[in-house]
Design a protein around this ligand. Sequence first.
Ligand SMILES: [Ca+2]
Ligand SMILES: [Ca+2]
Length: 82
Amino acid sequence: MRKLMILCLAAASFSSMATTSGVAFMEQMDSDDDGYITLREAVKNTDLLREFGHIDIDEDGKISEAELIASDYGREVLSLPI
Ligand SMILES: [Ca+2]
Ligand SMILES: [Ca+2]
């Protein structure tokens, strides 16, 4: 039981770390702070720009944090487990 709690705590602290880096990346890219990375904002990052079409799953022309995390590129950048 104790072991399980430690495992849960470790998982929780790891996922909050991943979220923090996700937020940091979004903040860095999201110049106007609307919570999305638009194509114009993605221009700053060539890799992101190249992957933009793949990451923008609903094709609304902007990347949400959820779309970023769901993408291979996002997981790589944010060092999330696949
Ligand atoms: Ca934005
Ligand atoms: Ca989108």
